[in-house]
Design a protein around this ligand. Sequence first.
Ligand SMILES: *[C@@H]1O[C@H](CO)[C@@H](O)[C@H](O)[C@H]1NC(C)=O
Ligand SMILES: *[C@@H]1O[C@H](CO)[C@@H](O)[C@H](O)[C@H]1NC(C)=O
Ligand SMILES: *[C@@H]1O[C@H](CO)[C@@H](O)[C@H](O)[C@H]1NC(C)=O
Ligand SMILES: *[C@@H]1O[C@H](CO)[C@@H](O)[C@H](O)[C@H]1NC(C)=O
Ligand SMILES: *[C@@H]1O[C@H](CO)[C@@H](O)[C@H](O)[C@H]1NC(C)=O
Ligand SMILES: *[C@@H]1O[C@H](CO)[C@@H](O)[C@H](O)[C@H]1NC(C)=O
Ligand SMILES: *[C@@H]1O[C@H](CO)[C@@H](O)[C@H](O)[C@H]1NC(C)=O
Length: 436
Amino acid sequence: MPGTHISAVVLTVVLKIFALQTQALLAPMRTAVQFLIILLGTGVTAACPEKCFCYSTLVDCRHIALQNIPPDVSPGTETLFLDGNSLVRIPRNAFGNLGNMSYLGLSSNRLLLRNYTFEPLLKLQALDLSANHLLQLQETLLENLSNLTWLNLASNNLQRFPPMMSLAKLTYLDLSNNELIVFQETFKHLPQLDTVFLNNNQLKALPATGFDQLFLLKVLDLSNNDLSSLPSRFFNKHRKLTDLRLDHNKLRNLTATLFSHLDDLQYLTISGNAPVNFPPELFSNLTKLLKLDLSSNSLTFLPKNFLSNLQQLQVLKLSDNFIGNLVADIFKCNPKLVYLHLDSNNLRTLPVFEGLQQLEELTLSFNRLVEFPKEFGDNLVKLQCLQVNDNLIRQWDSEGFQNVSSVILSNNPICLNRGHAARVESTNIECTKKHC
Ligand SMILES: *[C@@H]1O[C@H](CO)[C@@H](O)[C@H](O)[C@H]1NC(C)=O
Ligand SMILES: *[C@@H]1O[C@H](CO)[C@@H](O)[C@H](O)[C@H]1NC(C)=O
Ligand SMILES: *[C@@H]1O[C@H](CO)[C@@H](O)[C@H](O)[C@H]1NC(C)=O
Ligand SMILES: *[C@@H]1O[C@H](CO)[C@@H](O)[C@H](O)[C@H]1NC(C)=O
Ligand SMILES: *[C@@H]1O[C@H](CO)[C@@H](O)[C@H](O)[C@H]1NC(C)=O
Ligand SMILES: *[C@@H]1O[C@H](CO)[C@@H](O)[C@H](O)[C@H]1NC(C)=O
Ligand SMILES: *[C@@H]1O[C@H](CO)[C@@H](O)[C@H](O)[C@H]1NC(C)=O
């Protein structure tokens, strides 16, 4: 029936796009597609391995306790899910007749791989090997897979990632949650990479020029490693970088010009590196930055003009530092700020913030604030959520805060300033917005 044929093609295309886009969407998507197919009640191909689910060029053999690759996967298969089984080895010819495959999912097995396993899969575009027991990769393992664009090796036991000469089209590489310690110049041969996850490893240092070929890099996650410094020109070639995560390392000194070429950067996290020595001009060229997380870095003050070029900034997290004082115009040039987190610092007084007309959420909990300056709320016309719990506030003048839908004032020795002073032990107004 032509109708059935068309929906089969559409479904396969949709599934492929999803397979190549995000992993997170895969499972629900497939379930939804399976459900749809059951509703359609047709289109199931003739040969399908036992316990698997087949539709058009897709074969789904997930979570059925397989110990071996089924021998009867149809030769025209383009998408094969073998995730969540008990596969340990893949015999050399297992994929011998599957030359049309474009997606292969092998995550959550117990694989220890030898070289040449994937030899026949010349059209493969995406390979998921995450959550296996891989200890090392042979340089030849992915030889000739020159069409591969998406490779997930997360959550294995890899100590090394060898140079993969043939993966010239690779754009996405996930090596997170492994045991990588050093990094040779292995990215030289992967010039198309735009997304690299190296978080949750044990990297102590990065090669000075090892990432230089990655002109197209957009997302780089180096968080949760042991990095104590970064080569001063490390990011000079990455002009397309939009998302950089450096949190939870041991970074101390950062070169003033470290980020000066990152014209497109939108998200930067450097939290949890305490104590960091921030040069005052470190962020001066990040004019497109939307989100900056500097929490838990033992910052004691914000240098003048530290943030003054961040005119697009919407989210600023400075929680869990030792900031004792803020100058009045510190946020004057950040008129787009929506979320400002200053909780868990040493603030005793606050200036009247200038310019924060878009601010919706301000957290000041766990400081030593005694009072708010008189016109504090007047500029903050959009403020909806104010957290001031666990301070030393004695007086609360709610004038100027009429539009604020949630004020958390618990654990303050507060007297409501409304005619007769009534001592309030704690007010537990919950913040109504998420992401507080
Ligand atoms: C592999 O794909 C090609 C091109 O789409 C097609 O002509 C061929 O029949 C497919 N092979 C199998 C075994 O289905
Ligand atoms: C392939 O793996 C085997 C076993 O690990 C090894 O002896 C052989 O040298 C490897 N071949 C290449 C070309 O790496
Ligand atoms: C890769 O391709 C080269 C050249 O076509 C060939 O000599 C080599 O055997 C291939 N390697 C594998 C693992 O298929
Ligand atoms: C990559 O895929 C294209 C299109 O599917 C195909 O023509 C080409 O032969 C593949 N590359 C290799 C090395 O097989
Ligand atoms: C950081 O810089 C300070 C002063 O410039 C220097 O004394 C210190 O040794 C540097 N620390 C590291 C880890 O490079
Ligand atoms: C910012 O970029 C300009 C040119 O784009 C450059 O001249 C300047 O040195 C950079 N500033 C910093 C602090 O790196
Ligand atoms: C409260 O909201 C109204 C209407 O949006 C606005 O006119 C007024 O200035 C706001 N008051 C304060 C103190 O922000």
